[in-house]
Design a protein around this ligand. Structure first.
Ligand code: 6R9
Length: 645
């Protein structure tokens, strides 16, 4: 591999960091040598408990079982809001920046408390009780955070569905976890374009008979259809609600939320997180990875529809008492300097985004960055996909003026919080490496036989032990959780990623090794896209693979075999692309469709994706062993077609 340009810990960080290199070594050692003592102390330091815990950990990785602090009781919103009221009631909790640069709003912890309580009371007035599932399909507006927290206030379990998903995806998720109430808005606005959220909800709910209430926030004010038995306006009813709502005392292992994510097979899975362990690790990583200091403004550019938004817009920053910036818009609207304009406008200190955004902005040129000051920035972060060293260097030198360390944080929906990441005062940075495990996390690399690789090497990335914010279940399907994460390598949590460990013990994530695509940092299962493609009456079979894409990281390449008698055409391509958008959402649109006379299959009928990936990447002279194919000529036909299309 190419030479690694290691950056030492910047001197300003080395001297003042919350966690120094020595602290990291000592605390990491303690966290793996004596995890119960380590985590018990952290749980007392970081969280406020209604009833202290006596049990710390019960785990059986062979059964995918973990319970943390199980006999303790606490409420997430007491930790994220109430306990700050005496010391920082007037401090801004959520700093909202609208899609339109003229719109912004500061919400103090005191106002947040009131908004959350009123909405919790509104949900109660509609019969919501502890344990009920609530679906949120929201724009990036403060009400999205109020809604998540209002659920946590009363022990309801939220399931946030990203506003870019289609009505069909929304319906599937509502039905899977049997949500009875939906919170939405009339429309979302992104980059000046409107997304008809309420109309999408109407379509989804036509097939969800158990949903009795839709609470609708008026955001753009557009006219929407109304079902007067089911739909209620948020703005009309909130002022009538009591401004206080007693927090429900929750068991540490009571569910906090469900978040759907794509896997290698079947429909997306509802990843379940519980209360104390999740909150502890979201908060602790927030503080240590971002070296957060009292009074700083933190900006995570993710959408609350993804785990990154859950942990680092809402739960981590608010539990730590920070000011969390929430942005409705996109990086390139009104122009490609928007991120840096917002940094200057709100004096952002810590900025956290995805490599896909960095690559897109890098492509727009340095002037958009250099026209802004960015002197409030102290630390930069990335998440969602591997960052290529070129983008890292640009982020470091052009955006951060070589002053701000970059934390490349590797983690997943299932892990709830950072797992492998630099701590900025403790580790030298290597562009493209997520470096070292967070406290308590014991990663390992396994070879194809499931044997642990010691020292330098590359293999499947697994985690040996449980950590507080580990996935606790796949909603309604325990077996699926075991099959997906705990059976490939018994006794380990399997991440689905490959990784390399260098001679200094630093980890380099190489990407997914299962049939999951990472398109602009968004996870998509190839199986989901294939199911959408075969819904078309002309499609006989479809196979989807990823290929390298300059901006998105991975693009979607679909091989489509038509039924006999059906003719390929550009119109048909458009229909297939629309179908993916309609079934899943615009993020699932194939970038490339190749007509396939046949798909390469093994004699047992399995599609050889390895070969399709090579064809998609145009690595035609390197197809590997094709002798196990039922009909090797299928490959030649695909290569001919690739050249002709
Ligand atoms: C947080 C989040 C998880 C998958 C994960 C991996 C990829 C995330 C990464 C990274 C390399 C990083 N990923 N962070 N790859 N370096 N710093 O993104 O969760 O949406 O569940 O995706 O994203 O492949 O397995 P999620």
């Amino acid at each position: 591999m190419s030479e690694v340009h290691t950056r030492p810990v910047p001197t300003n960080f080395a001297a003042n960091a919350l966690i120094s290199a020595e602290d990291y070594e000592r605390m990491y050692r303690q966290s793996v040598d004596n995890p119960e003592a380590f985590w018990a102390q952290q749980a007392k330091d970081f969280l406020q408990w209604d009833r202290p815990f006596a049990q710390v950990l019960e785990e059986d990785m062979y059964k995918g079982h973990a319970a943390w602090f199980a006999d303790g009781r606490l409420n997430v919103t007491v930790n994220c809001i109430d306990r700050h009221l005496t010391t920082r009631g007037e401090q801004t909790a959520i700093l909202w920046e609208g899609d339109d640069p003229a719109n912004s709003q500061a919400i103090s912890y005191r106002i947040l408390h009131e908004k959350v309580c009123r909405l919790a009371n509104l949900m109660k007035s509609r019969g919501v009780k502890k344990g009920d599932r609530i679906c949120l399909y929201m724009p990036m507006i403060p009400e999205a955070a109020y809604a998540m927290l209002a659920c946590a206030r009363i022990g309801a379990v939220h399931s946030v569905v990203f506003g870019g998903f289609s009505p069909t995806s929304l319906k599937d998720r509502i039905l899977d976890s049997d949500c009875r109430l939906v919170i939405t808005a009339d429309e979302a606005v992104r980059g000046g374009k409107r997304v008809p959220l309420k109309a999408n909800v109407d379509k989804a709910l036509a097939e969800c008979p158990n949903v009795h209430t839709a609470i609708v926030v008026k955001h753009t004010g557009t006219a929407v259809d109304w079902d007067s038995k089911r739909d209620i306006w948020y703005g009309d009813l909130i002022p009538q609600m009591e401004p206080d709502c007693p927090p429900e005392a929750m068991g540490a292992e009571d569910p906090l939320f469900i978040l759907y994510t794509s896997g290698s097979t079947g429909k997306p899975k509802g990843v379940l997180h519980t209360t104390a362990g999740y909150l502890l690790m979201a908060t602790m990583t927030f503080k240590y990875t971002f070296d957060y200091r009292e009074g700083e403004v933190f900006w995570c550019t993710a959408d609350v529809g993804w785990i990154t938004g859950h942990s680092y817009i809402v739960y981590g920053p608010l539990c730590a008492g920070a000011t969390s910036l929430m942005f409705e818009g996109v990086p390139t609207y009104p122009d490609a300097s928007r991120f840096w304009q917002v940094v200057d406008k709100h004096q952002v200190n810590i900025f956290y985004t995805a490599p896909t955004a960095i690559r897109a902005l890098m492509g727009a040129g340095d002037d958009f960055v250099k026209s802004t000051k960015r002197n409030s920035l102290r630390l930069l972060g990335t998440v969602g996909e591997p960052i290529n060293p070129e983008a890292w260097e640009w982020y470091f030198s052009v955006v951060g003026d070589e002053r701000c360390p970059i934390v490349d944080t590797w983690w997943q929906t299932e892990t709830g919080a950072h797992m492998i990441t630099p701590l900025p005062g403790a580790m030298p940075l290597k562009p493209g490496s997520a470096t070292r495990p967070f406290f308590g996390v014991q990663p390992a690399l396994l070879d194809s036989e499931g044997q642990e690789i010691i020292g330098e090497g590359e293999g499947s990335l697994v985690i040996k032990n449980s950590w507080p914010s580990m996935i606790r279940g796949v909603y309604g399907n325990r077996q699926r959780m075991l099959d997906t994460y705990f059976s490939s390598f018994p006794g380990y949590y399997f991440t689905g990623d490959g990784a390399r460990r260098d001679g200094e013990g630093d980890y380099w994530i190489t990407g997914r090794i299962d049939d999951v695509l990472n398109v602009s940092g968004h996870r998509l299962g190839t199986a989901e896209i294939e199911s959408a493609l075969v819904l078309h009456g002309d499609t006989a079979e479809a196979a989807v693979v990823g290929y390298p894409h300059d901006i998105k990281g991975q693009g979607i390449y679909a091989f489509v075999m038509l039924k006999s008698g059906c003719q390929p055409s550009d119109t048909l391509k458009c229909e297939l692309i629309d179908l993916c958008s309609k079934e899943i959402g615009p993020i699932a649109k194939p970038d490339f469709i190749q007509w396939a006379p046949a798909l390469p299959k093994t004699r047992s009928g399995k599609i050889m994706r390895r070969i399709l990936r090579k064809i998609a990447c145009n690595e035609l002279d390197n197809l590997g062993d094709i002798s196990t194919l039922a009909d090797p000529s299928a490959v030649d036909a695909l290569i001919d077609h690739r050249e002709n299309c």
